[in-house]
Design a protein around this ligand. Structure first.
Ligand code: PGA
Length: 249
């Protein structure tokens, strides 16, 4: 696991965007796994600027998003559909047919989840997966559990995640208590993974991910076994790491 520590959120966003831009330019038809949440917003802003200045193009890029709330209409301001369109898809030259997002309003989640897995596989698998991390070290919406989830499916959100995400909703009761998420197995199959984290609320999760035992109660800890993971974190998120374990960029 390679770890880059950036002085602040802005630098983290630029470093992450440069990494994605390199992937897009090296392989213009890359299959990207994308994440939502506050953390990647700055990275998406940088990617939009790079697209406007023609440094990169999404014309032949295909995307698969990590997750979506269950039973939240896609037009809802808090849906990940809305998030991705307003932060990235509506601002770059991506072909709308190349966008894949889990449908949180499907009737048959079992067969839909299998289709989502098959769609990723039939496109040749993910080249690069972008991840945030929960305060509880979840990746996607794969919450701490007795085992590492394998494939896309419906997950129950933990109280910690519902509390954390309630900042976007008018009241905590409005936060959906389920989501559809790529599994940890799905994420792990990506050729490359970049995980972003910012702020001191993420410091413990980052330390447990890097230094703790591989344990499904710390879902991100499985990334220790992946061959190509880059962590891009700001100083606060890195505050519990040994200074010899990372590069300052
Ligand atoms: P955040 O969420 O970027 O809003 O902190 C990350 C996550 O829950 O995975």
């Amino acid at each position: 696991m390679k770890i880059y520590v950036c002085k602040d959120y802005e630098r983290m966003s630029k470093v992450a965007a440069n990494y994605l831009a390199a992937q897009i330019n090296i392989k213009p038809d890359s299959i990207l796994g994308l994440a939502t949440g506050s953390t990647p917003v700055g990275m998406y802003e940088e990617l939009v600027k790079k697209c406007e200045s023609r440094e990169i193009s999404f014309k032949n890029i295909k995307t698969f998003n990590l997750d979506e709330y269950v039973n939240l209409p896609k037009e809802n301001i808090n849906s990940y559909y809305t998030f991705m369109h307003s932060n990235l898809f509506d601002k770059v030259d991506i072909n709308q047919n190349n966008i894949n997002m889990p449908n949180g309003n499907t009737k048959d989640f079992d067969s839909y989840s299998k289709e989502y897995e098959e769609a990723i596989a039939s496109n040749g698998g993910l080249d690069l997966q972008v991840l945030g991390i929960g305060n509880n070290a979840h990746i996607g919406f794969n919450e701490p559990n007795e085992y590492f989830s394998k494939e896309t499916g419906v997950v129950d959100l933990t109280k910690s995640t519902i509390d954390a995400n309630s900042r976007f909703f008018d009241s905590i009761e409005e936060v959906p208590n389920q989501a559809i998420s790529m599994g940890i197995g799905t994420i792990f199959k990506s050729e490359k993974i970049i995980l972003l984290a910012s702020g001191k609320t993420k410091a413990e999760a980052i330390n447990n991910t890097v230094n703790g035992p591989i344990d499904p109660h710390v879902p991100a800890s499985i990334l220790q076994l992946h061959k190509n993971v880059l962590l891009v974190v700001d100083e606060e998120a890195a505050s519990l790491l040994d200074k010899n374990s990372y590069e300052i960029v």
